[in-house]
Design a protein around this ligand. Structure first.
Ligand code: NAD
Length: 367
């Protein structure tokens, strides 16, 4: 099969980590007989330098014309970079917000997976971790409290701020369908998280999720209140497969879930719309402190490329091959500096590699 991949290398470590993901994709293409054609798209600081805008209309058109977009990261040092002396709508991150909005990317997926080999970085007790956990947070990204009407006003001499949380049934239905679709590709369990004991928006959420669940008899589901879910994530993370939730709850829970893996730099993410299109990127930022040193960990970006194969191209076997290769390379003892063990005696049992070295090891394993 032939696919057109838009590539936003971006700023800082972005170009370094994306180069490794492309190397891995090329290896997959060769082994499985696919063709991946790449088109470089400017976004972020590099686009400001070249065009004066963080994202041009031509760049949006190029992203739209792609089957999927693979991204590194954008932005610079927020204290020292001249990009941050520009008005907010001209700064690097304005490009990303514009792209998400232009392409209607309403579903955000963030896996939280504990690697056996990196178990020591997990802050949870060994009996809680057991043989590890593997969950996916599916967060609604374009509605809810962050997009509702807001105002601050004087009410009888008292400053009063109001934010509104609105969801309509269509917004809930489309994200719920996405959540159940993803669960079908995994262990077939959805935990829908809300605050239905208090919020009307959550009661509608629950009603619509139940309707959608009726179309997925092969997927089991449960409802969980958000406060309970926050506790369960640290008490028994192994119970979760897909966590389906609204924007603000998902914002908070996805950070909590990624932290319990202990290695946030390993985590990929995807933002999807209601077609097969998706924007795939590592959870971390542009790490200006290590840019150009050849030491950035490319694994989150490589795993984002695997998500692209799975969710935009339906190439499950190819995605499995990348994920397996990453696990094998960790098992072989290769580590970038950010995931090196802290204790001296354990450091002797692993081999430190740079960005390119890690990419090469993963390609060798895929071959
Ligand atoms: P950051 O994630 O870039 O860096 C935080 C720390 O993690 C740093 O010490 C960095 O060296 C380390 N780190 C991050 N990714 C790494 C990797 N792949 N390998 C090894 N170490 C890694 O967060 P920050 O410093 O708060 O932000 C820096 C810039 O990135 C800012 O301009 C911010 O706006 C931007 N940012 C962009 C995105 C995005 O493109 N989606 C997301 C978050 C932050």
């Amino acid at each position: 099969m032939a696919y057109k991949i838009g590539v936003i290398s971006g700023d800082g470590i972005g170009p370094e980590i994306v180069a490794e993901a492309r190397k891995v994709l090329d290896t997959v293409a060769e082994r499985y007989g696919h063709t991946f054609a790449y088109e470089e798209i400017l976004m972020g600081g590099c686009s400001i330098d070249a065009t004066g805008e963080p994202l041009t209309d031509e760049a949006i058109a190029a992203a739209r014309a792609s089957d999927a977009v693979l991204m590194g990261s954008i932005g610079g040092n927020t204290a020292t970079s001249p990009w941050y002396r520009l008005p907010p709508d001209k700064r690097p991150e304005a490009g990303l917000l514009k792209l998400r909005k232009s392409l209607n990317l309403f579903a955000n997926l963030r896996p939280a997976y504990l690697y056996e080999e990196l178990k020591e970085a997990c802050p949870l007790r060994a009996d809680i971790i057991g043989d590890g956990f593997d969950m996916m947070i599916m967060r609604e990204l374009t509605g809810g409290l962050y997009f509702g009407e807001r105002r601050t006003e004087d009410v009888d001499g008292v400053l009063t701020a109001t934010d509104t949380l609105t969801y309509n049934e269509n917004e809930i239905r489309r994200i719920a369908k996405r959540g159940f679709d993803i669960a079908r590709k995994r262990r077939k369990k959805v935990t829908s998280v809300d605050k239905a004991n208090v919020l009307d928006s959550s009661r509608l959420w629950r009603k619509i999720v139940e309707e959608v669940a009726g179309d997925y008899p092969d997927v089991s589901y449960e409802h969980m209140l958000v406060d309970n879910c926050a506790m369960q994530l640290v008490k028994d993370p192994r119970q979760f497969d897909v966590i389906l939730t609204e924007n603000m709850f998902g914002d908070i829970l996805s950070d909590e879930a990624s932290m319990v893996t202990g290695s946030i730099g390993m985590l990929s993410s995807a933002s999807l719309n209601d077609t097969k299109f998706g924007l795939y990127e590592p959870s971390g930022g542009s790490a200006p402190d290590i840019a150009g040193k050849g030491i950035a960990n490319p694994i989150a970006t490589i795993l984002s490329a695997a998500m692209m194969l799975r969710y935009s191209f339906d190439l499950d076997a190819e995605a499995d091959a990348i994920e397996l290769a990453v696990r094998q390379v960790l098992r072989d003892g290769y580590r970038t500096v950010d995931i090196m063990p802290q204790e001296e005696e354990k450091r002797a049992s692993v081999k430190q590699v740079g960005t390119g070295g890690m990419g090469d090891r993963i390609c060798e394993r895929i071959k």
